[in-house]
Design a protein around this ligand. Sequence first.
Ligand SMILES: C[S@@+](CC[C@H](N)C(=O)[O-])C[C@H]1O[C@@H](n2cnc3c(N)ncnc32)[C@H](O)[C@@H]1O
Length: 268
Amino acid sequence: MDDDMFRHILGEFGLSWRGYRKVRKGVKKRLGRHMTQLGCRNVDDYLRKLAEEPELKKLAEQCLTVTISRFFRDRRVWRDLRDHVLPDVTERARPTVTIWSAGCACGEEAYSVAILWDMYCRNLKNPPALELVATDVNVKTMAKAKAGMYGVSSLKELEPEIRARYFQPSGGSGRFKIADSIRTQPRWRLLDLLVDEPPAQEIHIVFLRNNLLTYYRDSLQRTVLRRVVDSLAEDGYLIIRSHERIPARVDGLTTSDFNKSIVRKSVG
Ligand SMILES: C[S@@+](CC[C@H](N)C(=O)[O-])C[C@H]1O[C@@H](n2cnc3c(N)ncnc32)[C@H](O)[C@@H]1O
């Protein structure tokens, strides 16, 4: 598949050519294989088939989704969540703190939240309850997330004590299973950010990293992000990647002074 064909397909799905720059090779390969399986001779043929059969379109979406993740990806963010964000939300939000991992891939981010919460709340006298919702559009990654089994590369940013406390080697093949106390925390849901409503309202923290603001086109980013921001509680937090930008004309958000990945919904 050449770049023009790939660009054309990305355009049909509202995806950004620039956002895909680091992963083009692998995604093109997956799409090429799918086209061959369906016996399509060219992109127009392929897109016509996808338009006729929603199930095939879902498979094409799976080829297009980038599902790379890791536990405690970007450690500075997790440190600042522990030092700034959790002290604030556990103080203000009672009886329940709601956290949403939007685009949870194989669950690494949602489970990192559950682990951080467990470690932080151990030291509190009367911690609030946690409602942790993890969503993704990809049915395959969601099944893996629920299983809670990981290869060693997903664990590479973990401190040894965390690994020892929350993971057990499983099956003797370099794979690890997450502790049941953590595995049972998230509520998993298939959800397409482009069309579905957020899974809750008055959410205190939304993780939206390496998803909408990296891979989708600006026009989609604006409408979808508006819906996400509306689901945040006043003073709630939006977590993005440091290279991701809030699109112009999505107002009511302020980047925190301690970490540019941590953005706050402004009061009023
Ligand atoms: C690169 S992973 C990011 C995982 C995690 N948030 C992180 O930062 O490590 C991107 C995830 O977003 C999901 N995704 C892409 N488009 C989506 C959509 N329209 N609705 C919901 N999830 C989507 C993909 O399926 C994938 O699992």
